[in-house]
Design a binder for this molecule. Structure first.
Ligand code: SAM
Length: 396
């Protein structure tokens, strides 16, 4: 059997993950000379591989599910397929990498993955696609809103569609008389419908603040593009007969998880990279529009608390508590993946990755793999990040 890599694969870390996911799915293989394909023995279960693989586009003459998934894309970026593009959230991770990690840590349909720093919901969408349940937690209501809209709108699409064209943004001045005849989306009964339209408004806030676009025009353009993406998601589910995983998105604090001990089948997450990104300042326009007092919420965001060098001390303390919680809720014998990078402060590299590794070890995790991942793009403040794979030992 010949497994051909996706044509967009170009980094060593992607090849490393491609090999790891094949091994986790029980395939014995060898890399062929071109490095663009693998030959595997004929005993592998082709239908599971076809459904799950992230880095291969073809198995012999058949395309994998992921090949079709990537085609449902309303953007020009290959990674922003289905609902992934919704809201320009800084610091999201690569969906293809998450799909492969779900395979690598051997999660099966019906099992549950936790992401205690869910951000814009990448883990939730990828788990949902594979029929894996996901609990996603974030301290920011903006993030829980994005994650919910990406994963829940498919179930409320008919009502979303019925209202399109007759809703107005919630905060438009009454001088705009043609809008006055429309009702604000706030009147919708279904929370998922309200979330959808509130999201269109949040993207419009971002478009206005970052790109100087007209708020109302952007609101309506976003509705159209979001509806097309949600419709794509529905069509894809039909085309591939997907049985989606359940997603539960919760506004909460990674340092205090309301989840029983030893109950989670796997963790995949990327916490704030120390003080690299100020998640409060970065989305200030949207957080204010959601009614937040920015000074107050700062206290709850890891990596934002304190000033100067004190910030690092507080970050390390917060991460120790959050890692302790991840360890507590994970089932023994299962895996926890943390994607993290080092930040540079006053021209010095801060060893965030090593601190996180040492903290994980002292909480009881065993480090199984550290995969280097380069970050593309000159505008990035970091050039490298790491995929850390830990195991919670079996109970003796
Ligand atoms: C690196 S981002 C996660 C991005 C995510 N992987 C994605 O693909 O969009 C880190 C997230 O941690 C969240 N966060 C910060 N402090 C937190 C806390 N105390 N509890 C839960 N989430 C928190 C931030 O709001 C931010 O969304």
């Amino acid at each position: 059997m010949i497994l051909r890599l996706q044509s967009n694969i170009q980094f060593i870390y992607e090849l490393a993950l491609a090999r790891m996911e094949l091994r986790s799915l029980g395939v014995s293989f060898r890399v062929r000379n071109s490095l663009r394909s693998f030959s595997a023995d004929g005993t592998a279960d082709t239908s599971t591989l076809k459904h799950r693989l992230a880095y291969c586009e073809k198995i012999d003459d058949d395309f994998t599910d992921y090949y079709f998934i990537q085609k449902y894309n309303q953007t020009r970026s290959v990674n922003q397929y289905l609902t992934h593009w919704i809201y320009p959230y800084k610091g999201k991770y690569h969906p293809q990498m998450i799909r492969s990690l779900l395979n690598i840590i051997r999660l099966k349909p019906g099992e549950t993955v936790l992401d205690p720093f869910i951000g814009s919901g990448t883990t939730a969408v990828e788990a949902q696609l594979l029929g894996i349940n996901c609990i996603g937690i974030d301290v920011s209501r903006l993030c829980t809103l994005i994650s919910k809209v990406k994963t829940e709108s498919i179930y409320a699409f008919e009502e979303v569609k019925r209202l399109a064209g007759s809703v107005a943004p919630s905060n438009v001045e009454s001088v705009q008389s043609d809008l006055m005849r429309k009702r604000s989306w706030e009147a919708a009964k279904d929370e998922r419908v309200r979330n959808f339209y509130q999201m269109a408004e949040m993207i419009a806030h971002s478009d206005q603040a970052r790109r100087g676009k007209d708020f109302v025009k952007s609101f309506y353009e976003n509705i159209d593009k979001m509806m097309e993406s949600v419709n794509d998601y529905r069509n894809l589910c039909k085309e591939l007969a997907l049985k989606l995983g359940n997603v539960n998105i919760i506004e909460g604090d990674a340092r205090h998880l309301d989840i029983p001990a030893n109950s989670i089948d796997g963790i995949i997450t990327s916490p704030p990279y120390s003080i690299a990104l100020n998640y409060v300042e970065n989305d200030a326009h949207s957080l204010k529009a959601l009614g937040y007092d920015l000074n107050k919420i700062k206290q709850d965001f890891i990596g934002v608390r304190g000033s100067g060098f004190e910030k690092f001390k507080l970050y390390n303390e917060d991460m120790r508590i959050a890692i302790g919680e991840m360890y507590r809720v994970l089932k023994p014998g299962r895996f926890c993946v943390i994607v993290i990078g080092n930040v540079t402060y006053r021209s010095e590299e801060v060893q965030t990755t090593n601190i996180v590794i040492e903290t994980c070890k002292s909480e009881g995790f065993q480090l199984l793999r550290k995969v280097d991942k380069i970050i593309f793009g000159l505008y990035n403040i970091m050039q490298k990040e790491y995929i850390l794979i830990f195991k919670k030992p079996e109970e003796r």
